[in-house]
Design a protein around this ligand. Structure first.
Ligand code: SAH
Ligand code: TMP
Ligand code: ZN
Length: 406
């Protein structure tokens, strides 16, 4: 029986994606025989309503000195994080010498905006290669996993924080109680925790099941997040939906009673009730929708293969690992995946072993179809790839539904 990582009640598994590799584990042929697999399975906790993985991968297998995800590869995300930083600076850094900590600061995509204007800051980033990029940009970063122990050390060395930030990292951490306890210690009395992650409501509405992979231990709703933070005497005082990563939610949290709670919080709770995020049936429906999406995508790809069309993947995203391996996409259906990240190029996709090639291989010999694995950057990519369309190229997308864009 699996126990909830938040409230320790039994959870209800609602879907298994079968045997999965590490989503960001792009590999060379020499590594094929030692590839690591686990069962990717998600469950719902009827007590605290948290959706979560039932089996966790050790953090050192995912976050290390060869981590493949560099945040700054997307221009749109760079703009987004500039906005996030400005939002914090203009609203929450009122003290004379404010101090900001970011967990999962990666290559410094957000923290650079604080560093550039001389605000005291510290990035906590366990993946040493991406942390190094940030340090080279002049951003103070320690290569470590954030938890309660580290919080004590940071307070002793630097004092408490005005703002504690995180983007696409809180949902990565199964030992989340230790992280929240650490944040509680670090926050000044009027300090603010601001973090954002993909939002469960969007995953359910758009059947964006590719958000489900090893790194994402949790799929947050306002309801489940409120439960977690209440356990630590912290309170959500505002939330702001974000368009990035296919629909995210920014949560603003303070010590209980320290700030006025916005009406938006109650309104969102009501929306979640309507969406049924608190009911197991919603996740049974999600599973059926995922199965339909898989069948439609495979029918499309098999049909194109019969017609001898060339199909290339666009963006070797971590999300694509779930889609490729759950659906059973093989190199005879998708010739290669184009990606702009140097560390991924020349390698092969996890488990299915589809080659990852540099972006030039896509532009120099356009395929008939491009399967948009990086659909969350769709606007940015479509704008950039006008020439592909003019050359007769077509996009295949699968979120919110499988479609060939004519
Ligand atoms: N914030 C960036 C990076 C997200 S990827 C963005 O939104 O683009 C998640 C990052 O969290 C990785 O760089 C990973 O190394 C880091 N991470 C994982 N566990 C962590 C922990 N316990 N403490 C701090 N960072 C962690
Ligand atoms: P993400 O969805 O996890 O942010 O990853 C995006 C991946 O897509 C990353 O490996 C970079 C790649 N990518 C491209 O190859 N071209 C692009 O134009 C964009 C925006 C991303
Ligand atoms: Zn629970």
């Amino acid at each position: 029986m699996n126990k909830c990582l938040i409230c320790f009640s039994p959870i209800e598994p609602f879907m298994s994606f079968g045997k999965m590799p590490i989503a960001n584990g792009f590999l060379s042929p020499a590594q094929f025989s030692s590839e690591y697999f686990f069962e990717l399975k998600v469950g719902f906790c009827p007590n605290c309503k948290m959706v979560q993985l039932t089996e966790q991968v050790d953090r050192e297998r995912m976050f290390h000195e060869s981590y493949a995800f560099f945040s700054s590869t997307s221009k749109r995300m760079a703009e987004h994080f500039k906005g996030f930083a400005q939002f914090i600076m203009s609203n929450y850094l009122k003290s004379p010498d404010p101090f900001v900590v970011e967990m999962g600061s990666n290559d410094g995509i957000m923290l650079q905006h604080f560093a550039n204007v001389g605000i005291r800051h510290l990035g906590i980033e366990p993946s040493a290669n991406v942390a190094k990029v940030a340090i080279q940009k002049g951003i103070k970063t320690v290569s470590n996993f954030f938890d309660e122990d580290l919080a004590h050390k940071i307070v002793a060395e630097h004092g408490q924080v005005d703002a504690f930030l995180g983007a696409n990292v809180m949902c990565h951490i199964p030992y989340i109680h230790s992280v929240v306890a650490g944040i509680k210690i670090l926050l000044k009395q009027d300090g603010v925790l601001a973090f954002e992650d993909p939002y469960l409501g969007d995953i359910v509405e758009k059947t964006s099941y590719d958000q489900i992979y090893d790194e994402h231990a949790f799929y947050f709703s306002l309801n489940s997040i409120s439960y977690l933070f209440e356990q630590h005497d912290l309170e959500i005082f505002d939330i702001i939906p974000q368009g990035v990563h296919g629909g995210s939610m920014r949560y603003l949290i303070s010590h209980k009673g320290a700030r006025k709670v916005s009406d938006v919080v109650a309104a969102q709770r009501a929306k979640e009730e309507v969406l049924g995020l608190h009911r197991l049936e919603t996740y049974d429906r999600l599973r059926r929708n995922i199965e339909c999406s898989r069948d439609e995508l495979m029918a499309t790809l098999c049909d194109l293969k019969k017609q001898k069309k060339r199909v290339v993947g666009y963006g070797a995203t971590s999300k694509s690992t779930t889609v490729i391996n759950y659906c059973g996409i093989t190199p005879d259906l998708v010739e290669f995946i184009s990606d702009t990240t140097p560390i991924k190029q020349g390698k092969f996709s996890p488990r299915a072993h589809i080659p990852i090639r540099p972006y030039q291989d896509f532009t120099e010999d356009y395929p008939d179809y491009a399967l948009l694995f990086a659909w969350n950057h769709g606007d940015e990519i479509m704008e950039k790839e006008e020439k592909f369309k003019k050359a007769g190229g077509k996009w295949i997308v699968y979120v919110p539904k499988v479609q060939v864009l004519e």
